[in-house]
Design a protein around this ligand. Structure first.
Ligand SMILES: [Zn+2]
Ligand SMILES: [Zn+2]
Length: 808
């Protein structure tokens, strides 16, 4: 029962030919097939590796792989930033394994070593298998992570030449025990940092400092390893690699792997009869629209996968499509829920390949562990958060010669609205960069302690750890953590392990535990910074796709007791926020207007919450909460306009709060297009007359203590960012503001006041004085850039104020 194959153009045409759908297809992009470009094996690659590659079907590397191999061998820090399935592993494995093979000829059999870092254990395990396929057995590759039995660890330290681990293990297990790793570190030739675009925000900043600690120890042992990074395609990967490793890096970005032709449609669901907050029109959800398109595709026997954000949405899409299809076709649609056993996954793969299964709805979890490449069509219900994940998902469609179809269905938010009306933002040069800020003192301080515990710090280490170091050391001394000796070196003074003081994936403050009241089972945790808005008493909380009601939030014990529930409403916290400028780093004048970047203090208090009907957004009621205010010191970008400019824009003072508030909301929605954050990582405040600027001012700040680099990125790309914000608002066809433009699901003021038209005029006068945007590369190495995580991860129906929400 192999499905018949229809050309993707015809498929897309038939989808949009259905009555009433004419306007929904906003753009069609034809991505032509790309021919493979090969290059000869560099002669530095050992013949054993070439032979092994040949046995795996690789006669010659693609040109980008060969280039990376050559650069690696020359000792250059290199980042290979090409698409999914472009063979990045071979690009770094060939030089690494060649050197390790050379090393086996040393007297002790280990003349060279290499370290591989992956963000997850599963990926490291997968890479170990790849290395084993390519390298002769005398190159000893071994995993070293939390699952490695103690009795094997000593063997790994003494004999393995290729050690595969993760940054957490490096931070907690390897670096603090470096004397036991001395012989490994002494001969360390390469450090591979795979999927490096996942090291973003606070986590990325921590990893950057862990890599600096590694470099320092290597230097003491006399080695100077070459860093090889692999990344998804993003803006300016070289600058991110530099920021991550502290070393200047060269990027290889031209993808020379072959690709079949792809037809890519951008699709905007229609406004519905339903009304939401303040009578705003509501669009049909992306998941509902996806179920209709899936139905049509399955009817035409097109093998299709739908990507959604949550498991609940996956089940909903499959159920709706099954209802619409009826028997027998309904049996050929399924939802993928994750947590399957290996044999169940293999069965699913087989069914998809054979065409027994025609439709599958899934979260991006599918990307890990099931091979479903080679499908006829991919539907994406909502922008997956980054271009990297977009291409990863779209890449599931397409068999070699035949064309395939991908359709991005916009969700009801400003970013998706912008994208379906601005295809250039998706199909031209990447605009989003992986953002991290290793200089954040909140991140740096614990790593200085850990480094001092590993080996006393000296003045010569100051440069390695960055410009904040010098000021921080005396502070750490005052706190009794470090002590300065007569010889000028800094020592760790405590008995406990310094590395235990920081969790790379946490973002400060002890997290709040989510406990199921009935069973006492720990379901997970929420960042302290997000707890007040997401797990206050009475909150509807989504956790891994399931819905819970918070019965009690105990501040003292940092525990939220929850119970399974399916209320017909969501909750949205209401808060009051004030912000003050602590210091200004940089200010630029845009004509009369002014744009600044610096440090701020945000005081936020959650004061109550609204219950909103899920289906319509209608407000069912409001409750008060008694929670203390919280203070966040972080980094922000802000802009202000003058009273004359308000006159020019014909914005009377009574329209100003709604204009600024609407501009703030939309700008938070659009920042993820330029920085790899999602709208839950950042917060905003708009003030008609701010005491620190004396002017109407809009602030957007990082939701993590000390900052994460997102606001800085906004500052550096402000012209493009705020222009996109303006265009997203103007493009929305609603009359007075809706979730697709200026309403925010996490507004702490219940989306009031908002003035859509005045917001466009306000942004127009602001941008009138802005400089002509420079090309990113020409603008000169803003040391901020690059990559994309797998999933933006926000819930489908969230709640909360403009403040940042649950960390992904
Ligand atoms: Zn709108
Ligand atoms: Zn708001």
């Amino acid at each position: 029962m192999l499905p018949r194959h229809r050309p993707p153009e015809a498929l897309l045409a038939s989808l949009s030919a259905v009555r009433g759908r004419a306007d929904r297809l906003t753009h069609t992009e034809h991505l032509p097939a790309r021919e493979a470009r090969h290059a000869p094996w560099p002669d530095t690659v050992r013949p054993e590796i070439v032979a092994a590659a040949l046995a795996l079907g690789v006669e010659q590397p693609w040109a980008h792989q060969a280039e990376a191999m050559k650069l690696a061998k020359s000792g250059q820090t290199v980042v290979l930033a090409t698409g999914t399935a472009s063979g990045k592993s071979l690009g770094y494995l060939a030089p690494v394994l060649s050197d390790l093979l050379d090393g086996t000829e040393a007297r002790n059999g280990r003349g060279a070593t290499a370290l591989y870092l992956a963000p997850t254990k599963a990926l490291a395990a997968d890479q170990r298998r790849r290395a084993a396929e390519l390298a002769p057995a005398r190159v000893r590759a071994a995993l070293y992570d939390g699952d490695t039995p103690p009795e094997e660890r000593e063997w790994v330290r003494q004999y393995a030449s290729y050690v595969l681990t993760n940054p957490d293990m490096l931070h907690r297990g390897i670096l603090p025990a470096h004397p036991r790793w001395a012989s490994f570190l002494k001969t360390l030739r390469y450090v591979v940092v795979d999927e490096c675009h996942t090291y973003r925000g606070v986590f990325g900043s921590h990893v950057a400092q862990v890599l600096r600690r590694l470099r320092r120890l290597c230097a003491r042992y006399g080695s100077s390893p070459t860093f090889l990074l692999a990344s998804a395609t993003t803006a300016d990967p070289a600058a991110t690699a530099h920021r991550l490793t502290g070393l200047p890096a060269v990027a290889v970005t031209e993808d020379c792997s072959p690709r079949g032709p792809l037809v890519f449609g951008l699709w905007e669901p229609p406004l519905t009869e339903n009304v939401g907050e303040h009578g705003a029109p509501v669009r049909r959800t992306a998941t509902a629209e996806a179920s209709y398109l899936l139905t049509d595709l399955v009817e035409s026997e097109t093998r299709t996968v739908v990507f959604v954000r949550s498991r609940r949405a996956a089940e909903l899409v499959a159920l709706q499509a099954q209802d619409q299809l009826g028997r027998p076709l309904a049996d050929r649609v399924a939802a993928y829920r994750g947590g399957y056993l290996a044999e169940e996954r293999r069965a699913l793969e087989r069914d998809l390949h054979s065409g027994r299964l025609l439709g599958l709805a899934s979260t991006s979890a599918l990307e890990l562990g099931v091979d479903v490449s080679g499908l006829d069509a991919v539907l994406m219900a909502g922008y997956p958060g980054t271009r990297a994940s977009l291409w990863q998902q779209a890449g599931r469609a397409g068999r070699e010669a035949q064309g395939a179809l991908a359709v991005l269905i916009a969700r009801d938010d400003p970013l998706d609205t912008y994208l379906v009306h601005h295809p250039e933002a998706l199909f031209d040069t990447p605009v989003e960069a992986t953002v991290l800020d290793p200089d954040n003192p909140h991140v740096l301080a614990p790593h200085l302690c850990a480094a001092a515990a590993e080996l006393p710090l000296t003045d010569s280490d100051l440069e390695l750890f960055g410009p904040s170091t010098e000021a921080l050391l005396p502070i750490l001394e005052k706190r009794g953590l470090l002590r300065r000796r007569g010889d000028g070196t800094w020592y760790w003074t405590r008995r406990e392990r310094a590395a235990d003081a920081v969790d790379l994936r946490g973002s400060g403050g002890s997290p709040v535990q989510i406990v199921e009241a009935e069973t006492g089972r720990l379901l997970g945790t929420v960042d302290a910074s997000a707890a007040h808005t997401s797990v206050h008493t009475g909150a509807v909380h989504l956790h891994q796709g399931r819905t819970y009601l918070v019965r009690d939030f105990d501040l003292d014990s940092s525990v939220a007791l929850v119970e399974r529930a399916d209320p017909p409403y969501t909750t949205a916290a209401r808060d009051v926020t004030s912000i003050s400028v602590l210091s200004t780093d940089t200010t630029v004048d845009w004509g009369e207007a002014r744009l600044s970047f610096g440090s701020v203090e945000v005081v936020n208090q959650v004061v109550g919450y609204l219950r909103k009907r899920i289906s319509t957004g209608e407000i069912l009621g409001e409750s008060k909460l008694d929670l203390p205010p919280r203070t966040l010191r972080t980094r922000a970008v802000w802009w202000s306009v003058t009273e004359d400019q308000l006159l020019d824009a014909t914005i009377p003072f009574d329209q100003l709060p709604g204009a600024a508030h609407a501009a703030e909301h939309a700008s938070i929605g659009l920042l993820p297009l330029f920085a790899t954050c999602d709208r839950w990582d950042i917060g905003g405040v708009s003030v008609p007359l701010h005491p620190d600027t004396g002017l109407p001012t809009v602030f957007v700040y990082d939701g993590h203590s000390g900052g994460a680099g997102f606001a800085e990125r906004g500052f550096r790309r402000a012209v493009q960012w705020l222009t996109a914000t303006r265009d997203a608002i103007a493009a929305c066809e609603c009359e007075r503001g809706c979730p697709s433009c200026v309403q925010s699901p996490k507004c702490g003021n219940g989306n009031d006041p908002l003035d859509k038209a005045a917001a466009v005029r306000l942004l127009d006068v602001l941008l009138a004085g802005a400089p002509v945007p420079q090309d990113e590369a020409a603008a000169g190495a803003a040391p901020v850039e690059q990559g994309g995580p797998d999933d933006g991860g926000g819930p489908d129906d969230g709640g909360g104020p403009d403040g940042p929400g649950e960390a992904p």
